[in-house]
Design a binder for this molecule. Structure first.
Ligand code: EZ4
Ligand code: CO
Length: 410
């Protein structure tokens, strides 16, 4: 069974997505997600100009060989653009293989290790009352684990807060990180104000919702190691499921200092793309959860490699699942998450109605967890005609400045 053709679909149903469609010579179709938020067209070009011409005529079943051919054969290894492109090819080939086998993809990955994949949703509020409402809404939807982000007094818009000025006060949070505009929005940040405020928020949330609810928090790469250590320690009384991205993670050694000072579990890696980015973090057991999603970690093949390595050190999965990971990426995460032994938790932000109309809903959400559909392959039903109606629009993640104007991590 040979790869016949590939199509790169750039579409914007609510937000921008890059989707790869591979068709074999006997007409089997596979889907992959290659969306890189704010840099979408770079991956589309990488695929169209440099990957798509290499695929026709290759054996569609040779997934590992194709992964190595694109990774090693490209010479310029790693990096978010290349690895998102490779991820989409890899995912589409797994989709095809599972369809040919007549099995849901997770069956080819070893079969189900659990009934469903525990997920967490995003609650946020500028002030506590809005935050509590948002947590209650998530509990009503069935979530049993919730990420908590709030405003910081004195700052108009803060990462992760839906009601910030950026979303017009009422927008869904998924529209926030990527804002449709010609240039990135700018936000202001003060780490001391944040560090003073956050523990009081978690104290209030625990007081209101009790000890059972799994709570998570994302510091979004903004702290120095000693600040991160202080935050982790100050949150220990509130028993977090995890604290995410405390420091800019390209310096893996920085986590040694954080780890020495706190027992708050740590999650890192949504911007990583290969197992090499985790080598120190995993082998020294400096983190507890790996954040790489299939879309940015080189596909099922790449992320499985990371998670098998992580399993040796009791490090679990916590795949990134914001709305900029498309439903194709979400489906792939649900299949891999259901199969692996060291599954931890899956991030799950509900996609918008427009996104769902184009891609369908490839998972069932019950009892606080998701399960892929019992259909051959990934279970995708993409409406390409509808996708074609939503043209790409430039959208950027915000940038962040300290009070004195210095650019800071966003
Ligand atoms: O900033 O998805 O944990 N989730 C996050 C996200 C990321 C965006 C980047 O595209 O940190 O909100
Ligand atoms: Co994050």
């Amino acid at each position: 069974m040979l790869i016949d053709r590939t199509e790169v679909i750039v579409s914007s149903p609510g937000r921008n997505f890059v989707t790869l469609k591979i068709t074999t010579d006997d007409g089997v179709v596979g889907w992959g997600d290659a969306t890189l938020n704010g840099r979408e067209l770079a991956v589309a070009s990488y695929l169209r100009d440099h990957v798509a011409p290499l695929l026709p005529g290759r054996d569609a079943h040779r997934i590992e060989d194709t992964w190595q051919y694109l990774y090693r054969g490209g010479y310029w290894r790693r990096g978010p653009v290349a690895m998102a492109a490779i991820a989409s090819v890899d995912t589409a080939l797994w989709d095809i293989k599972a369809k040919v086998a007549g099995l849901p993809l997770y069956q080819l990955l070893g079969g189900a290790s659990r009934e469903r994949c525990l997920v967490y949703g995003h609650a946020s509020g500028q002030e506590l009352p809005e935050l509590f409402d948002s947590i209650r809404e998530h509990l009503e939807l069935g979530f049993r684990a919730i990420r908590v982000q709030t405003g910081v007094p004195g700052f108009a818009s803060v990462y992760g807060v839906a009601s910030s000025a950026a979303s017009g006060g009422a927008g869904r949070y998924d529209y926030e990180p990527a804002r449709r505009s010609a240039r990135p929005a700018e936000e202001t940040w003060d780490t001391r104000a944040y560090l003073r405020h956050v523990p009081s928020v978690f104290e209030a949330v625990r007081g209101e919702f009790g000890p059972d609810l799994a709570l998570l928090h994302d510091a979004h790469h903004r702290l120095t190691p000693i600040q991160a250590a202080k935050l982790g320690r100050s949150l220990e009384p509130y028993d977090l499921f995890w604290l995410e991205d405390v420091t800019p993670a390209e310096n893996q050694q920085a986590l040694r200092l954080v780890r020495q000072h706190t027992t708050t579990p740590l999650a890192i890696g949504e911007v990583f793309n290969t197992v090499w980015d985790y080598q120190t973090l995993i082998s020294e057991q400096l983190i507890d959860y790996v954040r790489s999603p299939i879309t940015h970690g080189g596909g099922i093949t790449g992320v499985r490699r990371i998670l098998d390595y992580a399993a040796m050190y009791q490090v679990k999965s916590g795949m990134h699942g914001p709305t900029d990971v498309s439903p194709v990426g979400l489906a792939a995460a649900a299949h891999l998450g259901l199969a692996i032994h060291n599954f931890g938790i899956q991030e799950y932000m509900l996609h918008s109605e427009q996104t769902t109309a184009v891609f369908g809903l490839p998972v069932e959400f019950t009892e606080g967890g998701i399960r892929p559909l019992e259909e051959p392959g990934l279970g995708m039903h993409v409406d390409e005609n509808l996708a074609a109606k939503y043209e790409y629009e430039p959208a950027y993640l915000p940038t962040n400045r300290l009070l004195d104007g210095t650019v800071h991590d966003w």
